[in-house]
Design a protein around this ligand. Structure first.
Ligand code: 5AD
Ligand code: SF4
Length: 434
C-alpha cells in the first residue's frame, strides 16, 4: 500500500509524522510524495488557530471527491484528531480512522481494522508511554537537522491554548534514551539536533534541562543543539548559563512573551509579568549579545485595549527581538478564554497585527544588517542550488542564508561551510562561500 502523510503545524507534529511514517514503512507500506499517488492519506493536523483547522477541513473536502473516483483510505491524526475525536466522523463521514496524538503506535492496528472493512475506527487513548517511541522505527525526512523528542505534553494552562487538551500533561523521556538516540543520529551523519517538547524547560527525565543540554553537548561529532519550545517561568539561571557558555548550543532562544501588558498576561494565565520576563532575559548577562532572540505574540486577546497593545509595542522595541511570530487571537473550543468578552472589531485587531509585524520587520532587518561583512559558519540545508542559483543554509542564530557557491561548485549537504554575508533583507541573509 502506498501512503502519503500531510503535516501541518509545529516541529512536534513534523516529528510525529516521521514516527508515523516509520510505523507504516515497518509494515511494508511505501511512502509517496503526493496524495494523488497514495492509497492511504494520513492528515497530521494542527488546531492551534482556526486557520489551521480550516486547512484540514478543506483538504478533507478535496479527499472526499477523490474518494468518489478511486479507492482511498483517509486517516486523521494530530491535534485536531485529539480535540474532535468521534465528532470528526460526523463532520466528515468519509474518514476511515482517527488516531490521537498519544496513540501513535496504534496506527498499524487502525489501518488493519479499516482495511478489514470496519468503519469509523478510532483510538484517541492517552497512552502514557507514547513519548517512549522506539527511535529505530522513526523514518526521518531528508533534513540537515534531526528532531528528537525529550518531553510531551504541557502542564501550564494558558487560557487561549488548546495544546494541554490535545497533547495531555507532561511526560519526560529518560535522559539516557535521549543521549542514545542523539549518539545514533551522529553515527548516521547528523551534525545538528533539535530537542523537542511543548515545554522543554520543565524537562525532568532524570536531570534538569540545563543538565540535559550539557550532556548532549558532550556527544562527539555533534555540532549544534537547538531546542523548542520554552516557557519563561521555567527558564532558569542555570539554563541561561548553559545556553550562553556551551559552544555547541546554537546561539538562539525562542521565548514566547505573548503580550507586553501585565493585565493581558494575567488574563492569559501566563504566570509572569513583563518585569519577570525581562528579568529572565537578564539571566543571559553579557552572553545575550551573541544570541538571536525570538518570541511569539498574540494580538487582540479578549479585552486588549489600545494601551495594552502600546505596551506590547514598547517591549518589542525595548528587547528588540531579532524575530517574532505574531497572530491574531483565535478562540479555541474548550479553552478558558472563551468566557472572556471579545468585542474588539476584527479590523482593529488586523491593524494592530500589521503595525507589530511592520515594526518587527524593521528590527529583523537591523538584526540582519549586523551580519553584513562578517564571516560565519552556516549549515547547508539543500542538495543543490535553487532556480536563482542559491543554496539554502542556516546560521547558528537560525537565520536563513541564501548562499552563492560559484558556478559548478557542489556544497556538502548537512555540513558547515564558511560564508561571508553580503546582503541583509528583513527575511534572509545573502552570502558568498568563503
Ligand atoms: N490564538 C492565537 N494564537 C495562539 N497561539 C496559541 N494559541 C493561540 C490562539 N488561540 C500562539 C502563541 C503560541 C504560538 C505557538 O501560537 O503565540 O506561542
Ligand atoms: Fe499545532 Fe500546537 Fe498541536 Fe503543534 S502542538 S500541532 S502547534 S496545536
Amino acid at each position: 500500500m502506498k501512503f502519503h502523510i500531510q503535516t501541518w503545524g509545529c516541529q512536534m507534529n513534523d516529528h510525529d509524522g516521521e514516527k508515523l511514517s516509520g510505523l507504516l514503512s515497518t509494515e511494508g507500506f511505501e511512502a509517496v510524495d503526493s496524495a494523488e499517488d497514495a492509497e492511504l492519506v494520513l492528515l497530521n493536523t494542527c488546531s492551534i488557530r482556526e486557520k489551521a483547522v480550516h486547512k484540514v477541513y478543506s483538504e478533507l473536502g478535496r479527499l472526499r471527491e477523490e474518494k468518489q473516483r478511486r479507492p482511498l483510505m483517509v486517516g486523521v491524526t494530530g491535534c485536531l484528531a485529539q480535540q474532535e475525536q468521534a465528532a470528526l466522523f460526523k463532520r466528515a463521514p468519509h474518514i476511515d480512522f482517527v488516531l490521537g496524538t498519544m496513540a501513535l503506535r496504534q496506527l498499524p492496528r487502525l489501518v488493519a481494522e479499516a482495511q478489514a472493512g470496519k468503519s469509523q475506527v478510532m483510538d484517541t487513548g492517552e497512552y502514557l508511554d507514547n513519548h517512549l517511541f522506539p527511535p529505530s522505527v522513526t523514518r526521518r525526512r531528508d533534513t540537515a537537522k534531526a528532531l528528537v523528542t525529550i518531553t510531551e505534553g504541557c502542564n501550564h494552562a494558558c487560557t487561549y491554548c488548546i495544546v494541554p487538551t490535545t497533547r495531555g500533561s507532561e511526560r519526560h523521556r529518560p535522559y539516557e534514551d535521549v543521549l542514545a538516540e542523539v549518539r545514533g543520529l551522529v553515527e548516521r551523519g547528523y551534525r545538528e539536533v533539535e530537542l523537542l517538547g511543548q515545554n522543554v524547560n520543565s524537562y525532568a527525565g532524570g536531570c534538569t534541562f540545563a543538565d540535559l543540554l550539557e550532556r548532549v553537548s558532550e556527544v562527539e561529532g555533534l555540532e549544534w543543539i537547538r531546542f523548542t519550545t520554552s516557557h519563561p517561568m521555567n527558564f532558569t539561571k542555570e539554563l541561561a548559563r548553559v545556553l550562553v557558555s556551551t559552544p555547541k548550543v546554537a546561539p538562539f532562544l525562542h521565548l514566547p512573551l505573548q503580550s507586553g501588558s501585565d493585565r493581558v498576561l494575567r488574563r492569559m494565565l501566563r504566570e509572569y509579568t513583563v518585569g519577570e520576563y525581562l528579568e529572565r532575559l537578564g539571566y543571559l548577562g553579557e552572553g545575550r549579545a551573541k544570541l538571536a532572540l525570538s518570541t511569539d505574540f498574540i494580538v487582540g486577546f479578549p479585552g486588549e485595549t489600545d494601551e495594552d497593545f502600546e505596551a506590547t509595542m514598547k517591549v518589542l522595541d525595548e528587547v528588540a527581538f531579532d524575530s517574532s511570530f505574531s497572530f491574531i487571537y483565535s478562540p479555541r473550543p474548550g479553552t478558558a478564554s472563551l468566557r472572556l468578552k471579545d468585542d474588539l472589531p476584527m479590523d482593529v485587531k488586523s491593524e494592530r497585527l500589521k503595525r507589530l509585524q511592520q515594526r518587527q520587520n524593521e528590527l529583523t532587518r537591523a538584526s540582519n544588517e549586523r551580519f553584513l561583512g562578517r564571516e560565519i559558519p552556516v549549515r547547508v540545508e539543500t542538495h543543490g542550488p535553487n532556480e536563482h542559483g542559491w543554496w539554502l543554509a542556516r546560521s547558528g542564530e537560525w537565520k536563513t542564508v541564501h548562499l552563492a557557491a560559484g558556478p559548478g561548485r557542489e556544497l556538502p549537504f548537512g555540513e558547515l561551510v564558511q560564508a561571508r554575508v553580503t546582503l541583509a533583507s528583513p527575511h534572509f541573509l545573502g552570502a558568498e562561500l568563503v
